[in-house]
Design a protein. Structure first.
Length: 474
């Protein structure tokens, strides 16, 4: 079938977010590659991938495509679901014969409700959907396709058996081919990565059991299934050839450092290619491994610290210790490895005292840059189940974003209100970035690099716009 893979337009100022269509609007806008859609697109010959938000495309720009395709596959999420349904309905109105399917964690968690939400949606996929979509595009009867829930001709909703998890990750074709065919790498930017950058996955799943993390609990699972090092190195070599303008490659695996010997082997291969690269890591990588990675082109680690309070880390099953994280961070500073640290405010056990502890911890370990998120109980996660069971989540604050696409603080606790959690995010940013030492460091960085100056000025403008939006009624 002639197939269109689409990330539809969403809120004005939409942020592609982790894995695409994750959050809606954040402090500094960024765009991640639509790798989850590019993967099945690489399996379907003559398909087309359109990533509307970074390309600046609105609904009016993409609707003319409706009559040109037989199958529409859209990646959706909890924050963008209602908006994505409107796009599906608009496509169906123009082309009543087009078959429309949704993929992503939001529909994998509750396929029944997802199909009931709109008659425009013909099917949704469970968990990993690469080969499920390939089967649909090949025209196989929907009833025979594992991992699919669909609407029958009579209108009944049918749930097929689940598809076995993909074990041989080398079976997946390179997404780089789809990137070259359909995307413009200059459209993708993240403040802490060099521009232009390129990201992809070298494996799926994560051994950690973090209660808030969406992907392992809904799609990838808790086993780290990986591509072989040689397969990864071949794709980076090809991407380096296709996109000589790319200044940095990012591995978006949940935790690339879950398998240390493999990480070191890939690093040595990348060192021979002479490329600069970065990845997600846990705050417990031993110094010996850090040295190997750094010596072979590693520039930056994206590290989820989440909190500076050990009990909160235990509550969310983070599997890290504050003292180990301190030592790891100091090792990175010593070796010249840049860190982008991520933190979450409003996790179970949070109090005014633990919020202060996390702020002091972030300032003390001093990652190069940081981001702060509001604890978000996504359906399908343990955090969501516990929030419902313990009445941390109420109906008046159950949404993850407001009508403008801004993330809200949906959780509250006996000793901490929604408003206090919300305010802690802004306080943490201000305390971290408005220190004289941090300002001097960033100014020095800007003076050394005209490109960095432009990037930081843009981020500063976006950050102040973010604070203004937070303070301005809709």
């Amino acid at each position: 079938m002639k197939t269109l893979f689409l990330h539809p337009p969403s809120f004005e100022g939409f942020d592609g977010g982790a894995g695409s269509r994750y959050q809606a609007r954040r402090e500094v806008r960024s765009f991640w590659y639509p790798t989850w859609l590019a993967q099945p697109a690489a399996l379907v010959p003559d398909s087309k991938l359109v990533d509307a938000p970074p390309a600046g495309l609105g609904l009016a720009d993409i609707l003319p495509m409706a009559s040109k395709y037989e199958l529409l596959v859209m990646h959706t999420s909890t924050p963008s679901f209602a908006s994505d349904l409107k796009v599906a309905e608009a496509f169906r109105e123009i082309n009543p014969r087009i078959k429309i399917g949704l993929v992503g964690a939001a529909v994998a968690v509750d396929p029944q409700a997802s199909l009931r939400a709109s008659p425009a949606v013909d099917f949704v996929c469970d968990k990993e959907f690469d080969f499920t979509i390939k089967d649909v595009a090949e025209g196989r009867p929907l009833r025979q396709i594992a991992g699919l829930s669909f609407r029958s001709p009579s209108g009944a909703i049918v749930h097929n058996p689940p598809r076995p998890v993909l074990e041989n990750m080398d079976e997946l074709p390179f997404v780089t081919e789809v990137y070259r065919r359909d995307l413009r790498v200059e459209d993708y930017f993240i403040g802490y990565l060099k521009h232009p950058y390129l990201s992809l996955y070298t494996g799926r799943g994560c051994r950690s059991k973090c209660t808030f993390c969406l992907w392992p609990q809904t799609v990838g699972g808790h086993r780290y299934r990986t591509r072989t090092p040689g397969n990864v190195i071949r794709e980076i070599a090809l991407a380096h050839q296709y996109f000589p303008q790319v200044k940095e490659f990012f591995f978006d695996d949940d935790t690339f450092t879950d398998d240390l010997p493999r990480a070191e082997e890939i690093a040595r291969g990348l060192g021979k290619l002479g490329v600069t690269w970065s990845c997600n890591a846990k705050a417990n990588v031993p110094r010996g491994t850090l040295e190997v990675l750094k010596d072979n082109g590693l520039r930056l680690l994206l590290v989820g610290y989440e909190s500076g309070n050990q009990q909160i880390l235990n509550n969310i099953k983070k599997g890290t210790r504050v003292d180990v994280a301190r030592r790891f961070t100091q090792d990175c500073h010593d070796l010249g490895i840049t860190i982008h640290g991520t933190f979450i405010v409003g996790l179970p056990g949070e109090t005014r005292e633990t919020l202060k502890e996390t702020i002091h911890f972030a300032i003390d370990i001093n990652p190069h840059t940081m981001q702060v998120s509001l604890a978000a109980p996504y359906p399908g996660t343990e955090l969501f189940r516990k929030a419902v069971e313990n009445n941390w989540l109420d109906r008046d604050h159950a949404e993850l974003v407001d009508e403008r696409g801004l993330q809200i603080a949906p959780l509250h606790y006996p000793r901490l209100s929604h408003g206090e959690i919300f305010q802690a995010l802004e306080t943490m940013y201000k305390r971290f970035y408005f220190r004289p030492s941090k300002i001097a460091s960033l100014v020095g960085e800007m003076l050394r690099s005209p490109e960095m100056m432009k990037r930081r000025l843009r981020e500063g403008k976006e950050f102040f716009q973010f604070l203004y939006r937070r303070a301005t009624p809709a």
